[in-house]
Ligand binder design. Structure first.
Ligand SMILES: [Zn+2]
Length: 322
């Protein structure tokens, strides 16, 4: 099936009571690892690219990599999503490239400016049937050069924000954090806040900074010369509690990065005579597959690929115009 809009994916997830992992991509092996997991788990999947990824892949490569993934996996529903779009211009570029969903991140702006920017993007994207994720509240950690104070999402503001912007999904700050160095100890998510926000906005919620940073991934990196110390991620059971209360999209980037890094380090350390990138990149691909597979099981999306009827952006345009 062709790429599907995020709205469809999150509505199906709502019906099925599961969450869908949104995995960042920057290169072929990473994407192949993700798609192998989706195929074996028979799971829908959200593939997302940040501005940094688009710069790295030179835009057109990413577009065609994802097209290849879709062509190679005709039975898997795939959303192509822009992660952390910063302006209408970036959103336009993504839509031109064929993205079926975009995020506009105005969370660092004052409330009224966030509303205005998000509304502008929603009005534009919906003309093309493209879904829009917005963000209210700020996470800790660093992503796309944005670092800021933690500010949990306020349910009253969230309700007003969603009403005024018409966004399709809302990223919320409930105690998660971006990057590999999330927390100095195991974090506690504000699970009740998820429920409160969801009851008010009644649209699917998104969890950013939700990698779990499993100790075994850090240990593998460190065993072969790396230095990742004192890092804790978001425990899987906490994410599952959030899913039970309305979170439908869970962003995972750090975990696949760590998996690739550990696999490459181990391979090169154990086979110092290797000069064939296929060997260590192949190992990295396998490591991505393992992580993504376990997330699809944990989030509950495994087994649900067959639930999806083809829904095109044209169908969505009609729906938005109703
Ligand atoms: Zn994020």
């Amino acid at each position: 099936m062709p790429l599907i809009p995020l709205v469809q994916c999150l509505e199906e997830a709502e019906k099925g009571g599961y969450g869908v992992g949104a995995f960042n991509v920057n290169n072929m092996e990473q994407l192949q690892g993700i798609m192998k997991a989706a195929r074996e788990m028979n799971s829908p999947v959200i593939v997302q690219a940040s501005r940094g990824a688009l710069r790295y892949t030179n835009f057109v490569y990413l577009k065609h990599l994802v097209q290849a993934a879709v062509e190679d996996n005709p039975d898997i529903p795939v959303v192509l999503h822009l992660d952390h779009g910063d302006s209408l211009d970036t959103v336009k570029t993504a839509i031109d490239l064929g993205f079926t969903s975009v995020m506009i991140d105005g969370s660092h702006l004052p409330f009224e400016e966030n509303v205005a920017l998000t509304k502008e993007v929603v009005d534009y994207a919906h003309r093309f049937g493209v879904s829009v994720e917005a963000e209210l509240g700020t996470l800790g950690g660093i992503e796309e050069d944005i670092a800021g104070e933690v500010q949990l999402t306020d349910p009253d503001q969230a309700e007003e924000f969603v009403k005024r912007t018409g966004c399709d999904a809302l990223a919320v700050a409930i105690g998660t954090s971006h990057g590999a160095y999330k927390f100095k100890a195991e974090p506690k998510l504000e699970i009740d806040l998820v429920q409160e926000i969801y009851d008010r906005v009644k649209i699917p919620l998104v969890l950013h900074g939700a990698s779990s940073v499993p100790p075994e991934l850090a240990e593998r990196i460190n065993k072969y010369g790396g230095n990742i110390v004192g890092s804790f991620g978001v425990p899987i059971p906490s994410i599952q509690q959030a899913i039970a209360r309305g979170v439908r999209k869970i962003n995972v980037d750090t975990d696949t990065r760590m998996a690739m890094t550990g696999a490459v380090r181990q391979h090169l350390a154990e086979k110092p005579d290797t000069i064939d990138p296929r060997e260590f990149m192949g190992a990295a691909r396998e490591a991505v597959y393992e992580v993504v597979k376990s997330r699809m099981e944990a989030f509950g999306s495994a087994g649900h690929a067959g639930d999806y009827k083809p829904l095109t952006l044209a169908d969505m345009i009609e729906r938005y115009n109703r």
